[in-house]
Write a protein that binds this ligand. Sequence first.
Ligand SMILES: Cc1cc2nc3c(=O)[nH]c(=O)nc-3n(C[C@H](O)[C@H](O)[C@H](O)COP(=O)(O)O)c2cc1C
Length: 438
Amino acid sequence: MSERHMKLGAFLMAGGHHIAAWRHPDAHADAGSDIAHFIELARIAEAAKFDMIFIEDAAAIRERNADLASQAARSTAFEPLSLLAAIAVNTTHLGIVATASTTYNEPYGLARAFATLDSLSGGRAGWNLVTSASELEAKNFAASGLRPHSERYERAEEFADAALKLWDGVEDGAYLPADGAAFADRTRLHPLHHHGKHFAVDGILDSQRSPQGRPIMVQAGASDVGKELAARTADVVFAASQTIGEAQAYYADVKARLAKYGRAKTDLKVMPGISPIVGATDEEAKAKHRALQELIPDPVGVALLASYLSIQDLSSYPLDGPLPEMPPTNLIQSRQQLIVDLGKREGLSIRELARHFAGARGHWQVVGTPVQIADAMEERFAGGAADGFNVMAPLFPSGLQDFTTLVVPELRRRGLFRDDYEGRTLRQNLGVGAPASR
Ligand SMILES: Cc1cc2nc3c(=O)[nH]c(=O)nc-3n(C[C@H](O)[C@H](O)[C@H](O)COP(=O)(O)O)c2cc1C
Protein backbone atom coordinates (compact mmCIF):
# COMPACT_ATOMS: atom_id res chain seq x y z
CA MET A 1 0.00 0.00 0.00
CA SER A 2 1.37 3.39 -0.95
CA GLU A 3 2.25 5.71 1.94
CA ARG A 4 0.34 8.61 0.51
CA HIS A 5 -3.35 8.29 -0.37
CA MET A 6 -5.20 10.77 -2.52
CA LYS A 7 -8.07 12.74 -0.99
CA LEU A 8 -11.38 12.59 -2.80
CA GLY A 9 -14.26 15.02 -2.62
CA ALA A 10 -17.56 14.80 -4.46
CA PHE A 11 -18.58 18.23 -5.70
CA LEU A 12 -22.37 17.90 -5.80
CA MET A 13 -24.56 19.98 -8.05
CA ALA A 14 -28.24 19.14 -8.43
CA GLY A 15 -28.66 17.11 -11.63
CA GLY A 16 -25.00 17.20 -12.63
CA HIS A 17 -22.08 19.44 -13.51
CA HIS A 18 -22.76 19.25 -17.22
CA ILE A 19 -24.80 22.26 -18.24
CA ALA A 20 -27.29 20.13 -20.20
CA ALA A 21 -27.51 17.35 -17.59
CA TRP A 22 -31.16 18.08 -16.90
CA ARG A 23 -32.03 17.27 -20.54
CA HIS A 24 -30.36 13.86 -20.50
CA PRO A 25 -32.67 10.79 -20.59
CA ASP A 26 -31.18 9.59 -17.25
CA ALA A 27 -31.53 12.99 -15.60
CA HIS A 28 -33.23 13.72 -12.33
CA ALA A 29 -34.51 17.06 -13.62
CA ASP A 30 -35.95 18.20 -10.26
CA ALA A 31 -32.75 17.31 -8.41
CA GLY A 32 -32.11 20.82 -7.05
CA SER A 33 -35.25 20.62 -4.92
CA ASP A 34 -35.10 17.00 -3.81
CA ILE A 35 -33.48 16.27 -0.44
CA ALA A 36 -33.72 12.50 -1.03
CA HIS A 37 -31.54 12.96 -4.12
CA PHE A 38 -28.80 14.72 -2.13
CA ILE A 39 -28.94 12.14 0.65
CA GLU A 40 -28.57 9.39 -1.96
CA LEU A 41 -25.50 11.14 -3.44
CA ALA A 42 -23.95 11.60 0.02
CA ARG A 43 -24.46 7.92 0.79
CA ILE A 44 -22.84 6.90 -2.50
CA ALA A 45 -19.82 9.08 -1.64
CA GLU A 46 -19.64 7.72 1.90
CA ALA A 47 -19.93 4.09 0.81
CA ALA A 48 -16.92 4.73 -1.47
CA LYS A 49 -15.05 6.33 1.53
CA PHE A 50 -14.79 9.77 -0.02
CA ASP A 51 -13.29 12.37 2.29
CA MET A 52 -16.06 14.84 1.71
CA ILE A 53 -18.90 16.22 -0.30
CA PHE A 54 -18.85 19.87 -1.31
CA ILE A 55 -21.74 22.26 -1.98
CA GLU A 56 -21.07 25.44 -3.95
CA ASP A 57 -23.14 28.56 -3.40
CA ALA A 58 -24.17 32.02 -4.45
CA ALA A 59 -27.14 33.62 -2.74
CA ALA A 60 -28.81 34.32 -6.07
CA ILE A 61 -29.82 32.53 -9.22
CA ARG A 62 -26.69 31.51 -11.08
CA GLU A 63 -27.27 32.99 -14.54
CA ARG A 64 -27.77 36.61 -15.50
CA ASN A 65 -28.60 35.68 -19.08
CA ALA A 66 -32.27 34.69 -19.34
CA ASP A 67 -31.69 32.20 -22.20
CA LEU A 68 -29.05 30.52 -20.14
CA ALA A 69 -31.05 30.57 -16.91
CA SER A 70 -34.01 28.95 -18.63
CA GLN A 71 -31.78 26.18 -20.01
CA ALA A 72 -29.22 25.54 -17.32
CA ALA A 73 -31.28 24.01 -14.48
CA ARG A 74 -29.04 25.74 -11.94
CA SER A 75 -31.52 28.23 -10.59
CA THR A 76 -32.95 26.06 -7.85
CA ALA A 77 -30.59 25.19 -5.03
CA PHE A 78 -30.71 24.49 -1.31
CA GLU A 79 -28.88 26.87 1.03
CA PRO A 80 -25.73 24.79 1.79
CA LEU A 81 -25.59 24.85 5.60
CA SER A 82 -29.23 23.84 5.90
CA LEU A 83 -28.77 21.11 3.29
CA LEU A 84 -25.69 19.74 5.03
CA ALA A 85 -27.42 19.64 8.41
CA ALA A 86 -29.90 17.23 6.84
CA ILE A 87 -27.09 15.22 5.28
CA ALA A 88 -25.14 15.13 8.57
CA VAL A 89 -27.83 13.06 10.25
CA ASN A 90 -27.96 10.66 7.31
CA THR A 91 -24.20 9.93 7.24
CA THR A 92 -21.54 9.01 9.79
CA HIS A 93 -18.01 9.59 8.43
CA LEU A 94 -18.34 11.76 5.34
CA GLY A 95 -16.96 15.32 5.49
CA ILE A 96 -19.54 17.98 4.65
CA VAL A 97 -18.23 21.21 3.16
CA ALA A 98 -20.50 24.20 2.63
CA THR A 99 -19.72 27.40 0.78
CA ALA A 100 -20.40 30.67 2.57
CA SER A 101 -19.51 34.22 1.69
CA THR A 102 -17.41 36.65 3.71
CA THR A 103 -18.93 39.50 1.71
CA TYR A 104 -22.57 38.94 2.69
CA ASN A 105 -22.25 37.53 6.22
CA GLU A 106 -20.89 38.62 9.59
CA PRO A 107 -18.20 36.61 11.40
CA TYR A 108 -20.18 35.81 14.55
CA GLY A 109 -23.25 34.53 12.73
CA LEU A 110 -21.31 32.37 10.31
CA ALA A 111 -18.80 31.05 12.86
CA ARG A 112 -21.78 30.06 15.00
CA ALA A 113 -23.58 28.30 12.13
CA PHE A 114 -20.44 26.31 11.23
CA ALA A 115 -19.80 25.48 14.90
CA THR A 116 -23.30 24.03 15.00
CA LEU A 117 -22.83 22.03 11.78
CA ASP A 118 -19.48 20.78 13.08
CA SER A 119 -20.97 19.75 16.39
CA LEU A 120 -24.08 18.05 15.03
CA SER A 121 -22.00 16.10 12.51
CA GLY A 122 -19.49 14.95 15.15
CA GLY A 123 -16.61 16.99 13.67
CA ARG A 124 -17.14 16.62 9.92
CA ALA A 125 -17.84 20.20 8.80
CA GLY A 126 -15.85 22.36 6.43
CA TRP A 127 -16.28 25.93 5.23
CA ASN A 128 -15.46 26.91 1.67
CA LEU A 129 -14.69 30.58 2.27
CA VAL A 130 -15.59 32.67 -0.79
CA THR A 131 -15.52 36.38 -1.47
CA SER A 132 -18.40 36.11 -4.00
CA ALA A 133 -17.81 37.44 -7.50
CA SER A 134 -21.42 37.21 -8.71
CA GLU A 135 -23.06 40.48 -9.70
CA LEU A 136 -26.51 38.95 -9.25
CA GLU A 137 -25.61 38.00 -5.71
CA ALA A 138 -24.30 41.51 -4.99
CA LYS A 139 -27.63 42.98 -6.11
CA ASN A 140 -29.44 40.89 -3.51
CA PHE A 141 -27.50 42.51 -0.69
CA ALA A 142 -26.26 45.99 -1.59
CA ALA A 143 -27.63 48.76 -3.78
CA SER A 144 -24.03 49.81 -4.50
CA GLY A 145 -23.39 46.51 -6.28
CA LEU A 146 -20.33 44.29 -6.33
CA ARG A 147 -17.44 45.57 -4.22
CA PRO A 148 -13.95 45.67 -5.77
CA HIS A 149 -11.85 42.49 -5.65
CA SER A 150 -9.29 44.01 -3.26
CA GLU A 151 -11.96 45.21 -0.85
CA ARG A 152 -13.69 41.83 -0.85
CA TYR A 153 -10.42 40.12 0.04
CA GLU A 154 -9.53 42.69 2.71
CA ARG A 155 -12.87 41.94 4.36
CA ALA A 156 -12.28 38.19 3.93
CA GLU A 157 -8.92 38.42 5.75
CA GLU A 158 -10.50 40.13 8.74
CA PHE A 159 -13.51 37.79 8.62
CA ALA A 160 -11.36 34.63 8.64
CA ASP A 161 -9.27 35.85 11.57
CA ALA A 162 -12.35 36.68 13.61
CA ALA A 163 -14.00 33.32 12.87
CA LEU A 164 -10.85 31.37 13.76
CA LYS A 165 -10.51 33.26 17.03
CA LEU A 166 -14.17 32.69 17.88
CA TRP A 167 -13.78 28.92 17.40
CA ASP A 168 -10.52 28.93 19.37
CA GLY A 169 -12.10 31.01 22.12
CA VAL A 170 -13.71 27.90 23.59
CA GLU A 171 -11.17 25.36 24.86
CA ASP A 172 -11.67 21.61 25.07
CA GLY A 173 -13.35 20.84 28.38
CA ALA A 174 -14.61 24.39 28.90
CA TYR A 175 -18.06 23.06 29.72
CA LEU A 176 -18.90 20.38 32.27
CA PRO A 177 -15.30 20.19 33.58
CA ALA A 178 -14.29 16.89 35.16
CA ASP A 179 -14.31 18.26 38.72
CA GLY A 180 -18.09 18.94 38.38
CA ALA A 181 -17.72 22.20 40.27
CA ALA A 182 -19.54 24.31 37.70
CA PHE A 183 -21.20 24.06 34.28
CA ALA A 184 -18.51 26.22 32.68
CA ASP A 185 -14.84 26.59 33.54
CA ARG A 186 -14.37 30.30 32.91
CA THR A 187 -10.58 29.96 32.65
CA ARG A 188 -11.13 27.98 29.44
CA LEU A 189 -13.37 30.55 27.79
CA HIS A 190 -11.69 33.42 25.94
CA PRO A 191 -14.04 36.09 24.63
CA LEU A 192 -13.03 37.78 21.39
CA HIS A 193 -12.62 41.56 21.49
CA HIS A 194 -12.28 42.42 17.83
CA HIS A 195 -12.62 46.00 16.60
CA GLY A 196 -11.43 46.09 13.01
CA LYS A 197 -12.11 48.00 9.82
CA HIS A 198 -15.05 45.84 8.75
CA PHE A 199 -16.35 44.15 11.91
CA ALA A 200 -16.79 44.52 15.62
CA VAL A 201 -17.19 41.34 17.65
CA ASP A 202 -17.23 41.33 21.43
CA GLY A 203 -18.20 37.93 22.64
CA ILE A 204 -17.88 34.21 22.81
CA LEU A 205 -19.52 31.43 20.82
CA ASP A 206 -22.44 29.70 22.48
CA SER A 207 -21.14 26.21 21.71
CA GLN A 208 -18.59 23.68 22.89
CA ARG A 209 -15.34 23.17 21.03
CA SER A 210 -15.94 20.79 18.14
CA PRO A 211 -14.64 17.22 18.12
CA GLN A 212 -12.21 18.27 15.37
CA GLY A 213 -11.19 21.50 17.11
CA ARG A 214 -12.71 23.72 14.50
CA PRO A 215 -14.19 23.27 11.03
CA ILE A 216 -11.91 22.57 8.09
CA MET A 217 -11.17 25.75 6.12
CA VAL A 218 -11.43 25.43 2.35
CA GLN A 219 -10.72 28.05 -0.31
CA ALA A 220 -10.74 28.25 -4.07
CA GLY A 221 -9.38 31.68 -4.92
CA ALA A 222 -6.68 31.69 -7.57
CA SER A 223 -5.62 35.36 -7.56
CA ASP A 224 -2.45 36.30 -5.73
CA VAL A 225 -4.31 37.65 -2.71
CA GLY A 226 -6.59 34.58 -2.77
CA LYS A 227 -3.66 32.16 -2.70
CA GLU A 228 -2.03 34.15 0.12
CA LEU A 229 -5.17 33.96 2.25
CA ALA A 230 -5.36 30.21 1.57
CA ALA A 231 -1.72 29.72 2.53
CA ARG A 232 -2.35 31.50 5.81
CA THR A 233 -5.70 30.00 6.80
CA ALA A 234 -6.91 27.08 4.63
CA ASP A 235 -6.62 23.33 5.16
CA VAL A 236 -7.79 22.53 1.62
CA VAL A 237 -7.78 24.42 -1.66
CA PHE A 238 -9.91 23.65 -4.67
CA ALA A 239 -8.67 24.74 -8.08
CA ALA A 240 -9.54 24.66 -11.74
CA SER A 241 -6.68 23.76 -14.05
CA GLN A 242 -6.69 22.27 -17.51
CA THR A 243 -3.18 21.00 -18.14
CA ILE A 244 -0.83 19.16 -15.79
CA GLY A 245 1.61 22.06 -16.22
CA GLU A 246 -0.94 24.59 -14.95
CA ALA A 247 -1.87 22.29 -12.06
CA GLN A 248 1.80 21.79 -11.10
CA ALA A 249 2.47 25.52 -11.21
CA TYR A 250 -0.56 26.25 -8.99
CA TYR A 251 0.41 23.47 -6.58
CA ALA A 252 4.02 24.65 -6.26
CA ASP A 253 2.92 28.27 -5.89
CA VAL A 254 0.45 27.63 -3.05
CA LYS A 255 2.74 25.21 -1.20
CA ALA A 256 5.68 27.64 -1.42
CA ARG A 257 3.62 30.27 0.43
CA LEU A 258 3.08 28.07 3.53
CA ALA A 259 6.51 28.33 5.16
CA LYS A 260 6.19 32.02 5.98
CA TYR A 261 3.13 31.22 8.11
CA GLY A 262 5.04 28.47 9.93
CA ARG A 263 3.09 25.77 8.12
CA ALA A 264 4.32 22.49 6.60
CA LYS A 265 3.56 21.58 2.97
CA THR A 266 1.35 18.73 4.16
CA ASP A 267 -0.83 21.12 6.20
CA LEU A 268 -2.68 22.25 3.07
CA LYS A 269 -4.25 19.77 0.62
CA VAL A 270 -4.58 20.86 -2.99
CA MET A 271 -7.62 19.27 -4.64
CA PRO A 272 -8.24 20.37 -8.23
CA GLY A 273 -11.48 19.53 -9.99
CA ILE A 274 -11.82 16.58 -12.34
CA SER A 275 -14.83 15.96 -14.51
CA PRO A 276 -14.71 12.24 -15.32
CA ILE A 277 -16.77 10.64 -18.06
CA VAL A 278 -16.32 6.93 -17.46
CA GLY A 279 -17.03 4.12 -19.93
CA ALA A 280 -16.27 0.40 -19.84
CA THR A 281 -14.49 1.02 -23.15
CA ASP A 282 -12.97 4.13 -24.64
CA GLU A 283 -15.70 4.14 -27.28
CA GLU A 284 -18.44 3.93 -24.66
CA ALA A 285 -16.94 6.85 -22.74
CA LYS A 286 -16.72 8.97 -25.91
CA ALA A 287 -20.31 8.11 -26.80
CA LYS A 288 -21.47 9.18 -23.31
CA HIS A 289 -19.60 12.45 -23.73
CA ARG A 290 -21.03 13.06 -27.22
CA ALA A 291 -24.56 12.37 -26.00
CA LEU A 292 -24.17 15.10 -23.35
CA GLN A 293 -22.46 17.61 -25.63
CA GLU A 294 -25.18 17.29 -28.25
CA LEU A 295 -27.73 18.46 -25.68
CA ILE A 296 -26.09 21.92 -25.37
CA PRO A 297 -27.82 24.58 -27.49
CA ASP A 298 -25.17 26.99 -28.93
CA PRO A 299 -26.72 30.13 -27.37
CA VAL A 300 -26.54 28.45 -23.95
CA GLY A 301 -22.90 27.42 -24.40
CA VAL A 302 -21.93 30.88 -25.64
CA ALA A 303 -23.79 32.67 -22.82
CA LEU A 304 -22.08 30.43 -20.27
CA LEU A 305 -18.70 31.10 -21.84
CA ALA A 306 -19.36 34.85 -21.66
CA SER A 307 -20.24 34.57 -17.98
CA TYR A 308 -16.99 32.68 -17.24
CA LEU A 309 -15.08 35.33 -19.17
CA SER A 310 -16.84 37.93 -16.98
CA ILE A 311 -18.15 39.85 -20.01
CA GLN A 312 -21.74 40.74 -20.85
CA ASP A 313 -22.14 39.22 -24.28
CA LEU A 314 -20.30 37.33 -27.01
CA SER A 315 -23.17 36.89 -29.42
CA SER A 316 -22.08 39.74 -31.74
CA TYR A 317 -18.87 37.84 -32.66
CA PRO A 318 -18.77 35.09 -35.34
CA LEU A 319 -19.31 31.71 -33.66
CA ASP A 320 -16.62 30.07 -35.75
CA GLY A 321 -14.05 32.83 -35.17
CA PRO A 322 -11.57 33.27 -32.29
CA LEU A 323 -12.26 35.02 -28.99
CA PRO A 324 -11.96 38.82 -29.12
CA GLU A 325 -9.45 40.60 -26.82
CA MET A 326 -10.77 40.59 -23.25
CA PRO A 327 -11.14 43.70 -21.07
CA PRO A 328 -9.68 43.54 -17.50
CA THR A 329 -12.16 42.13 -14.98
CA ASN A 330 -13.06 42.75 -11.35
CA LEU A 331 -14.75 39.32 -11.25
CA ILE A 332 -12.99 35.96 -11.55
CA GLN A 333 -9.62 36.95 -13.07
CA SER A 334 -8.08 33.49 -13.00
CA ARG A 335 -10.94 31.84 -14.91
CA GLN A 336 -10.86 34.44 -17.67
CA GLN A 337 -7.14 33.90 -18.16
CA LEU A 338 -7.54 30.12 -18.23
CA ILE A 339 -10.12 30.36 -21.04
CA VAL A 340 -8.09 32.84 -23.08
CA ASP A 341 -5.01 30.61 -22.75
CA LEU A 342 -6.90 27.49 -23.78
CA GLY A 343 -8.41 29.21 -26.83
CA LYS A 344 -4.99 30.38 -28.00
CA ARG A 345 -3.17 27.14 -27.22
CA GLU A 346 -5.61 24.90 -29.06
CA GLY A 347 -6.77 27.41 -31.67
CA LEU A 348 -10.43 27.00 -30.63
CA SER A 349 -13.31 29.02 -32.04
CA ILE A 350 -15.97 30.62 -29.84
CA ARG A 351 -18.34 27.72 -30.59
CA GLU A 352 -15.71 25.10 -29.72
CA LEU A 353 -14.66 26.88 -26.53
CA ALA A 354 -18.30 27.29 -25.56
CA ARG A 355 -19.02 23.56 -25.92
CA HIS A 356 -15.86 22.70 -24.08
CA PHE A 357 -16.62 25.02 -21.19
CA ALA A 358 -20.27 24.24 -20.95
CA GLY A 359 -19.28 20.63 -20.34
CA ALA A 360 -16.95 20.96 -17.38
CA ARG A 361 -17.11 24.73 -16.68
CA GLY A 362 -13.35 25.15 -17.06
CA HIS A 363 -12.36 22.14 -15.01
CA TRP A 364 -10.19 19.30 -16.20
CA GLN A 365 -12.26 16.75 -18.09
CA VAL A 366 -11.16 13.15 -18.68
CA VAL A 367 -13.19 10.93 -20.97
CA GLY A 368 -12.12 7.28 -20.86
CA THR A 369 -12.02 3.87 -19.22
CA PRO A 370 -11.40 3.43 -15.48
CA VAL A 371 -7.76 2.59 -16.23
CA GLN A 372 -7.30 5.70 -18.40
CA ILE A 373 -8.92 7.93 -15.78
CA ALA A 374 -6.88 6.39 -12.95
CA ASP A 375 -3.72 6.84 -15.07
CA ALA A 376 -4.48 10.52 -15.56
CA MET A 377 -5.24 11.04 -11.85
CA GLU A 378 -2.13 9.11 -10.79
CA GLU A 379 0.04 11.17 -13.12
CA ARG A 380 -1.11 14.40 -11.46
CA PHE A 381 -1.09 12.97 -7.93
CA ALA A 382 2.42 11.56 -8.26
CA GLY A 383 3.64 14.46 -10.38
CA GLY A 384 3.29 17.29 -7.86
CA ALA A 385 0.01 18.62 -9.24
CA ALA A 386 -2.55 17.42 -6.66
CA ASP A 387 -3.03 15.90 -3.19
CA GLY A 388 -6.43 14.68 -4.30
CA PHE A 389 -9.37 15.62 -6.47
CA ASN A 390 -12.76 17.22 -6.28
CA VAL A 391 -14.81 14.90 -8.47
CA MET A 392 -17.40 16.71 -10.58
CA ALA A 393 -19.66 14.09 -12.12
CA PRO A 394 -21.39 15.35 -15.27
CA LEU A 395 -24.66 13.68 -14.31
CA PHE A 396 -26.09 12.64 -10.91
CA PRO A 397 -26.42 10.02 -9.63
CA SER A 398 -25.15 7.89 -12.54
CA GLY A 399 -21.87 9.80 -13.12
CA LEU A 400 -20.91 9.53 -9.44
CA GLN A 401 -21.87 5.84 -9.39
CA ASP A 402 -19.71 5.22 -12.48
CA PHE A 403 -16.78 6.83 -10.70
CA THR A 404 -17.24 5.04 -7.36
CA THR A 405 -17.90 1.59 -8.83
CA LEU A 406 -15.38 1.68 -11.70
CA VAL A 407 -12.60 4.20 -11.00
CA VAL A 408 -12.32 3.97 -7.17
CA PRO A 409 -11.57 0.18 -7.23
CA GLU A 410 -8.86 0.85 -9.81
CA LEU A 411 -7.34 3.57 -7.58
CA ARG A 412 -7.45 1.13 -4.62
CA ARG A 413 -5.81 -1.62 -6.67
CA ARG A 414 -2.92 0.80 -7.20
CA GLY A 415 -2.70 1.66 -3.48
CA LEU A 416 -3.73 5.25 -4.19
CA PHE A 417 -6.93 5.43 -2.16
CA ARG A 418 -8.07 4.26 1.28
CA ASP A 419 -10.03 1.06 1.94
CA ASP A 420 -11.66 2.57 4.99
CA TYR A 421 -11.86 5.84 6.90
CA GLU A 422 -8.91 6.55 9.18
CA GLY A 423 -11.04 8.39 11.72
CA ARG A 424 -14.40 9.93 12.49
CA THR A 425 -13.65 13.59 11.87
CA LEU A 426 -12.93 15.26 8.55
CA ARG A 427 -9.66 16.56 9.97
CA GLN A 428 -8.54 13.02 10.87
CA ASN A 429 -9.45 11.67 7.45
CA LEU A 430 -7.75 14.51 5.60
CA GLY A 431 -4.73 14.07 7.84
CA VAL A 432 -4.36 17.76 8.56
CA GLY A 433 -4.18 17.45 12.33
CA ALA A 434 -6.24 19.17 15.00
CA PRO A 435 -5.31 22.75 15.82
CA ALA A 436 -4.09 23.12 19.38
CA SER A 437 -6.77 24.28 21.78
CA ARG A 438 -5.44 27.54 23.18
C1 LIG B 1 -13.93 24.32 -7.36
C2 LIG B 1 -14.31 25.75 -7.14
C3 LIG B 1 -15.47 26.02 -6.44
C4 LIG B 1 -15.89 27.33 -6.22
N1 LIG B 1 -17.05 27.54 -5.55
C5 LIG B 1 -17.50 28.80 -5.38
C6 LIG B 1 -18.75 29.04 -4.77
O1 LIG B 1 -19.45 28.11 -4.37
N2 LIG B 1 -19.17 30.32 -4.64
C7 LIG B 1 -18.42 31.38 -5.06
O2 LIG B 1 -18.86 32.50 -4.89
N3 LIG B 1 -17.21 31.18 -5.65
C8 LIG B 1 -16.75 29.92 -5.83
N4 LIG B 1 -15.56 29.72 -6.45
C9 LIG B 1 -14.75 30.89 -6.82
C10 LIG B 1 -13.60 31.15 -5.86
O3 LIG B 1 -13.91 30.91 -4.53
C11 LIG B 1 -13.07 32.57 -5.91
O4 LIG B 1 -13.98 33.43 -5.28
C12 LIG B 1 -12.89 33.06 -7.27
O5 LIG B 1 -11.95 32.21 -7.91
C13 LIG B 1 -12.44 34.52 -7.27
O6 LIG B 1 -11.30 34.71 -6.53
P1 LIG B 1 -9.89 34.90 -7.22
O7 LIG B 1 -9.98 36.18 -7.96
O8 LIG B 1 -8.95 34.89 -6.04
O9 LIG B 1 -9.64 33.73 -8.13
C14 LIG B 1 -15.11 28.41 -6.70
C15 LIG B 1 -13.94 28.14 -7.42
C16 LIG B 1 -13.54 26.82 -7.64
C17 LIG B 1 -12.27 26.57 -8.40
